[in-house]
Design a protein around this ligand. Structure first.
Ligand code: S3P
Length: 425
């Protein structure tokens, strides 16, 4: 994919549905009684992996574009799959489904692509084992492929060493099959979509500070889920609108849950002109975001905000390279175990564009304002890396070539079309 500098970007856009919420809607709809209707579902490859796993466990799921019907069969309604579950590239599918599978009355094996086979699963194996689960990393390296032999589970209180919504959700979902109240405390609050949506489906989930608890054996009832636009996908167009001269972009119906809005808070600090319009809160808060060209300056990003913007750090790194002054990103060691090692991949590629950036153990230091130029970028098949550099390409001189650009399919199949639609205006 070749990207060229754009004179201006204008128009309005509805970004695809939130990835985290789309996964959960299929999972909880499958475990609920009755038919759950999901609208504005993300049809990216990751969420399709979740659909495929539940179909293999006997759940009828109908898809018509981004409208989905899940014919749930109740908490104990899954059946043993005939074959291995394929989680593709999706960490969320792998970790959340493992919590569900741990409490079933059958054995499952699951595996995914080369990236998923390097991602740490010890972080879910450890708490699931303390609950009495039988879960094995088949190659003994703490990664997928995994074999999960369902067992009666015990309730635990788990102190998670990482602020990870996938770990928290895995334990809470296993807690539905446990013999008492299961709780998880995390070092910093991570995204709370599981807690919000499980309560909506009729479970009893309590949140106090950084602890979430769930009562066992809930009766989940089918619901209508209207998925908000994904702030992590909106992030690319927010950045594009800020960096491109003479631009104004309206992003409609974007999820602005406070456990996800760290990107907006950091951008405000950097001097961004972003206005929230039409704020609504129906469980998951949403707003329209009006973004105008802004001159940005460097900031310090670290501490409790990190989980609320973890997926947006590649985009923040690019923005920082175009901003005046220095940006320091700390406490983000989790970046090393995402779809790629996002510290080294961002540093390597931004350096190819001429940026002054160095990687650290837990983040990056970026001295902004150095003129950047086109380059050949290796996405390492990481969707967020590819999209962040596509935006860099719309603002720097020369041509930016992205290797593996098609990996945007994971979370945003229409990404290049949407970017083009703004430039055409
Ligand atoms: C997600 C949680 C985060 C995030 C990922 C989606 C989720 O991962 O990076 O894209 O849907 O729960 P971690 O739980 O590993 O932080």
């Amino acid at each position: 994919m070749e990207i060229k500098k754009q004179k201006k970007l204008r128009g309005r856009l509805t970004v695809p549905g939130d990835k985290s919420i789309s996964h959960r809607a299929v999972m909880f709809g499958s475990l609920a009684k009755g038919t759950t209707r999901i609208s504005h579902f993300l049809t990216g490859a990751d969420c399709l992996s979740t659909i495929s796993c539940f179909r293999k466990m006997g759940i009828a799921i109908e898809q018509n574009g981004s409208e989905i019907l899940v014919h749930g069969r109740g908490l104990h309604g899954l059946s043993a799959p005939d074959e291995m579950l394929d989680v593709g590239n999706s960490g969320t599918t792998t970790r959340l489904i493992s919590g569900i599978l741990a409490g079933q009355s059958f054995t499952t094996e699951l595996n995914g692509d080369a990236s998923i086979q390097t991602r740490p699963m010890k972080r879910i194996i450890t708490p699931l084992e303390t609950m009495g689960a039988d879960i094995v990393s088949l190659r003994g390296n703490g990664c997928a492929p995994l074999r999960i032999c369902g067992k009666p589970l015990h309730a635990v209180h788990y102190n998670s060493p990482v602020a990870s919504a996938q770990v928290k959700s895995c334990v809470l979902l296993a807690g539905m099959y446990a013999d008492g109240i299961t709780s998880v405390t995390e070092p910093v609050l991570s995204r709370n979509h599981t807690e919000i949506m499980l309560n909506y489906f009729g479970a009893k989930v309590d949140s106090k500070g950084t602890t979430a608890s769930i009562c066992p054996n809930p009766v989940l009832e089918a619901r209508e889920v209207n998925v908000p636009g994904d702030i992590s996908s909106a992030a690319y167009f927010i950045a594009a609108g800020l960096l491109t001269p003479d631009s104004e972009i309206l992003l409609e119906n974007v999820g602005v849950n406070p456990t996800r809005d760290g990107f907006l808070r950091v951008l405000k600090d950097m001097g961004a002109d972003i206005t929230l319009l039409n704020y609504k809160d129906d469980g998951e808060p949403t707003a329209d975001l009006l973004v105008r060209t802004s001159s940005l300056h460097g900031v310090s990003v670290g501490g409790e905000i990190i989980p609320a913007l973890i997926d947006e750090i590649p985009m923040i790194a690019v923005l920082a390279a175009f901003a005046e002054g220095t940006t320091v990103i700390r406490d983000a060691q989790e970046l090393k175990v995402k779809e790629s090692d996002r510290i080294s991949v961002m540093v390597e590629n931004l350096q190819r564009m001429g940026a002054d950036i160095e990687g650290t153990d837990d983040g990056m230091v970026i001295h902004g304002g150095v003129p950047l130029h086109g380059a050949v970028i290796d996405s390492h098949l990481d969707h967020r890396v590819a999209m962040s550099f596509a935006i860099a390409g719309t603002v720097c001189p020369g041509t930016l070539d992205i290797i593996g650009a098609e990996c945007v399919n994971i979370s945003y199949p229409e990404f290049y079309r949407d970017l083009y639609s703004l430039s055409a205006k």
